[in-house]
Design a protein around this ligand. Structure first.
Ligand code: C2E
Ligand code: CA
Ligand code: CA
Length: 653
């Protein structure tokens, strides 16, 4: 898959979850800060209020020391009584102007050096010492913050706001000047749970808010996950079949192949229904889609765990199948195509199947599938089900094909295609009686290229039409030149590829090329292959009739190779029958083959046809054919195809 495509899919599937989570944290943080500030302020308020209460009590006690007389036991008793009543006062310490202790209710003494003035906002600062274990100089604000610990909060929550439970105690010495004395009054400032009512309310509110937010975020989170799954489903679903699509095949397939632990062998398969377009033309696109869907269901049933199958396009399917050995895989494919074949009662379906056997190190399923397609492309358009395995040679062939396709147009304009002529020799006098024009490609970089390396490619891509026209024109030009020079001319044949017969005006087209050079049609022979008989027979018969009527010699090439049918001979009047070289090669050349040759010659004679035997390499073959009254012989025994100049020198003088 291309990188940009991959990126686009990732973008589609992306869950913007991180900004979401971050947002959640920021909001919770802001709330927490707000609550802390509120709570902090409320605790500080509480502490200040309490300290002022304590101050009032301390002032009353200090009042008792007005006109203090150390000798007067009554005064002391009054003070002690007073102290007993004042529950929150722990101790009193009195000093004179020199800071000498004059009186004390207990051993507890203030740390005088830590005395500090605290302003409560009324410009009347209070002088006090905060009793604390630590050496730091605590202020009220500090105390407010120190009280606010997790422990305190728990205590407050536990008290539920209606309990008298003390949650913190601050010990403060209030310093009062009375006459010449300094009176230090130690007070316990108790902070009760109910003092922190505001704090509690804030905490509860905070809790509710957090809970609401968490709920909101959980529901949004679930929504995102659900949406992400839905997007994934849309991305990986094929709308024609409702099954998974090619993207899924690539993603999952790569994952399966990367799992090094798989035990089975895997094969990537390209399965294509033949003639799907014709099916749609006959029955309609809708019927075509229904068939595709049905095929998908059949295939789905054949797929096991760890295997994949998706619809690709135009009745083609991509499969990833596990297999034990090649034989078993072939059987399985056969079984699958048989099952597909049962889909239509009145019609047989044909399939082309390309298989690529995956090596354990290969993981790029797209590339592997390409190989399966490449193998499948090697199969022709035969009307039968065929299965083909990929081999490395196919890849080289594909590369070559690209090269040929790239260069063919410039080759035609640059006259890189050259005409070679191969003589046809008469058996009666063993002299030149004709020739066949055969093309050679003299490539500027590749050098000499024989026709079997590019003709099949041109036949597939249609360029053969241009090449054959070019050859015909070259021959017409050459014949006219020789005629003008007064040389002896023999009929020269050109090959007319099967593709031409799709044109209804082929005969007119050929005439127009030849007539440009005013060449009598009798010196041009047209070789048709038998395979042309499988296309539109009516057009073929009509074309052949017109060509013969206008004087061209028409021959049937390669008779006996592939689909020999004597029927085609009966149906169509032709001038020449060219016996394929296969008759005279290998096992065919044995008695049975030769018997067939003599029978075919016999039949052709009865049909008034001339016989040319191709691929003749030995004297025995020549003698045999002469004996059978074969008319002409074309083969290496007499001559190989040669450039026109060489042909001219040898035969036309
Ligand atoms: P074909 O039309 O059957 O041509 C005969 C082929 O047999 C030629 O191969 C020729 O060189 C070869 N041949 C002739 N005598 C012998 C022999 O004694 N022994 C052996 N082993 N071979 C012999 P070539 O030239 O390689 O052409 C191959 C095929 O390419 C042709 O088969 C024809 O189908 C196609 N072809 C060549 N030129 C053209 C063209 O201009 N147009 C079209 N459409 N096809 C062409
Ligand atoms: Ca030929
Ligand atoms: Ca031939």
């Amino acid at each position: 898959m291309s990188e940009s495509k991959d990126k686009r899919i990732k973008k589609l599937k992306k869950n913007r979850i991180w900004p979401f989570i971050l947002g959640m944290f920021v909001i919770v943080l802001i709330f927490a800060c707000m609550v802390l500030a509120l709570v902090g302020a409320s605790v500080e308020d509480v502490v200040k209020r309490k300290v002022l209460n304590g101050l009032r009590q301390a002032e009353q006690i200090a009042e008792s020391f007005k006109d203090y007389d150390s000798e007067d036991k009554n005064t002391e008793e009054t003070i002690l009584n007073y102290l007993d009543m004042a529950l929150e006062t722990n101790s009193v310490w009195v000093t004179d102007l020199e800071n000498e202790k004059i009186w004390a209710s207990s051993d507890m003494s203030p740390k005088v050096d830590k005395a500090q003035f605290i302003n409560f906002g009324d410009n009347n600062p209070v002088n006090l010492i905060i009793e604390d274990d630590s050496e730091k100089l605590l202020t009220i604000e500090h105390i407010g913050k120190e009280i606010l610990t997790a422990d305190t909060v728990l205590k407050i929550l536990d008290s539920k706001g209606n309990d008298n439970e003390t949650i913190a105690v601050i010990k403060v010495w209030f310093i009062q000047e009375v006459d010449d004395l300094t009176v230090y009054v130690l007070q316990d400032i108790n902070i009760y749970a109910y003092d922190c009512f505001m704090l509690l309310v804030s905490l509860i509110l905070f809790g509710v808010m957090i809970a609401a937010f968490i709920l909101y975020y959980i529901s949004s989170f679930v929504d995102i996950i659900v949406n992400a799954r839905r997007t994934s489903k849309v991305i990986y679903t094929d709308i024609t079949t409702g099954g998974k699509n090619w993207l899924y095949f690539v993603k999952k397939g790569n994952r399966i192949l990367k799992r090094k632990t798989y035990i089975n062998n895997y094969a990537v398969i390209h399965l294509k229904m033949r003639k799907y377009r014709s099916f749609c033309t006959c029955f309609g696109v809708k019927e075509g889609e229904i068939l595709v869907e049905k095929m998908h269901h059949v295939l789905k049933k054949q797929i096991k765990r760890g295997e994949l199958m998706v619809f690709k396009e135009n009745a083609t399917y991509a499969l990833l199948l596990a297999y034990e050995n090649e034989e078993q895989l072939k059987e399985r494919i056969e079984d699958i195509t048989n099952k597909l074949n049962m889909l239509l009662y009145n019609m047989k379906l044909y399939f082309a199947v390309g298989i690529y056997k995956v090596n354990k190190k290969e993981t790029d399923i797209e590339q592997l599938y390409n190989n399966a397609v490449l193998a499948c492309d090697m199969l022709g358009e035969e009307a039968e089900t065929q299965v083909i395995f990929f081999d490395v040679e196919m890849n080289n062939r594909r590369i070559w094909e690209r090269k040929v396709e790239n260069d063919m147009y410039s080759a035609l304009t640059n006259h890189e295609f050259q005409v070679y002529l191969q003589p046809k020799i008469s058996t009666s006098k063993e002299e030149l009686a004709g020739a066949e024009a055969l093309v050679r490609w003299i490539h500027p970089r590749e050098g000499f290229i024989p026709p079997n390396m590019f003709i099949p490619i041109f036949e597939r891509n249609g360029f053969i039409l241009k090449l054959d026209d070019y050859m015909l024109e070259e021959i017409a030009k050459q014949q006219s030149e020789w005629i003008k020079q007064g040389r002896k001319v023999v009929p020269i044949s050109v090959n007319v590829s099967r593709a031409h017969f799709a044109k209804e005006d082929l005969a007119e087209h050929i005439c127009s090329i030849v007539d440009k050079y005013q060449v009598p049609h009798e010196v041009i022979e047209l070789e048709l292959t038998e395979s042309a008989f499988f296309d539109d027979k009516q057009v073929l018969l009509e074309t052949v009739r017109k060509l013969r009527e206008s004087g061209f010699i028409v021959s049937m090439d390669d008779f006996g190779a592939g689909y020999s049918s004597l029927n085609s001979l009966k149906e169509m009047k032709l001038d020449v029958l060219k016996l394929d070289a296969d008759f005279f090669r290998g096992a065919e050349a044995q008695d049975r083959g030769l018997l067939i040759v003599s029978e075919v010659i016999d039949l052709a004679k009865k049909l008034n046809m001339k016989i040319v035997a191709e691929g003749i390499e030995s004297r025995e073959q020549v003698d045999f054919l002469t004996e059978q009254e074969c008319d002409l012989i074309q083969g290496y025994f007499f001559a190989k195809p040669m450039p026109i100049r060489e042909f001219e020198e040898k035969y036309n003088d």
